[in-house]
Design a protein around this ligand. Sequence first.
Ligand code: AMP
Length: 499
Amino acid sequence: MFLLEGIKKYAETDRLALVNGEKSMSYAELDAESEAFAAWLLETFPGDKTPVVIYGHKEMALLPCAYGALKAGRAYVPIDITVPADRVKQIVEEVCPTAAVDFCGTGIDAERTLSADELEDVFRKYRGVEVPRSAWASGSDYAYILFTSGSTGKPKGVTIMISNVENFDREFSPWLESRGHVMLSQASYSFDLSVLPVWLGMAHGFTLHTFEKSVGEDFAELFSRLGKSDISVWVSTPSFAEMCCSSDRFDEKLLPSLDRFIFCGEVLTHRLVDELFRRFPKAKVINTYGPTESTVLVSAVEVTAEMAADERSIPVGEPLPEVTFRIADEDGRELPEGEEGELLIISKSVSAGYFKRPDLTEKSFFTDEKLGKRGYHTGDSAYRLGNMYYYRGRIDNQIKLNGYRIEIEDVEKNLALVSNVARAAVLPVYDGETIRSLTAFVILEEPDGLANLERAVKIKRELRELIPAYMVPRRITAVESFPLTANDKIDKKKLRELL
Ligand code: AMP
């Protein structure tokens, strides 16, 4: 399998695989530790293919576990520490893992859950044990499962097979031909943007430069690290680069080796492109597009000066060579050039479906018999000019906030679980095209005599136990009733007037 072969190849060199501040790990160490973890898995659970749950953040020992799972023929399920305990429990109940690694010490229910210390013991005890390549995950075996916000109020697991990522590598690795070999790995491992550095970066010998979320929020520390990083390929959400742009220090003097920015996951604004062209005149800015369900990204474009000057939005690119895009109307009929409709993706990188959720899979996925490939209804509205695609927004209630994918109903359903909240309606708050925050209106079960601010603090505290902090609305206001549409649905347009 290309990733594990790539790690073995660079393990023969003295190249670093991972750097996080003062901590670093060579490819040789990464290979040895992942091999040890795989040996433990194979010995403890012979023949077992259940995905391995890994609960943590940016621990150095996390990737050896992920790669170790793959070497033992298993998928890994990364869960970030931003996910609160209740939600972790829901995911774990769905996966039913036999083996798990818990870097946070909160307790993961599996037959064997290793703590960080126990994992170190495994690395020591099994060091030098070779795992046969025949044990490695391959073909239609699951590679990883990423849980993302679900409109039912519970996260849903996107399953990605080895063949999906192999295809992604074949299609996208030509875009990574950089002069250097250090890649920024900003996103948490539970977000699919991280798959780019963690799979393609590692397979092609890049040194991943990573840091904890807290470092990303501390400019002095972040810029001091970036300044020493020698990064040549920048991979992040536009939101993260935008945040960096709020400091004048973010320019080519800070990152002299940088030759390309690769963005994915949300709208790349003209403002950000203009800033980057000015601050990094020698670097390419590449916009890419794709949902987790299609393995990170399926289209790409190098942003030109003409695109930056154009009144249209920055395009999301041309589909990668193997990928077919279709713009369809509500009845599934293909629309001609220039007309806006739902974007369908047909590709070897499209997932088989949601983990143990045939109902949700059926709704969003299909098989294109003619092409013999899997297809996905993105829920994104788009149009094309020639073979260049332009994103227009969502046709449902899924949004992106600071790069995070959120189903509005997920927030609403969890708000309704908070004590004394009967019903909830959540609205995104826009600044131009960009969503800056969420605001919620709630109907209480009974009057609580609290001031609005006091109540909001109380509700938010409870809500944080149910959903990640990035999904918690900034403002929460109690109302007597919701305005309704003619067919008795909450009239969100009217509700917006209360903002
Ligand atoms: P995720 O599964 O977190 O990658 O989110 C996928 C969704 O993010 C897509 O369906 C789009 O709505 C949005 N998205 C991804 N890339 C872009 C892009 N380049 N421009 C605009 N929206 C994007």
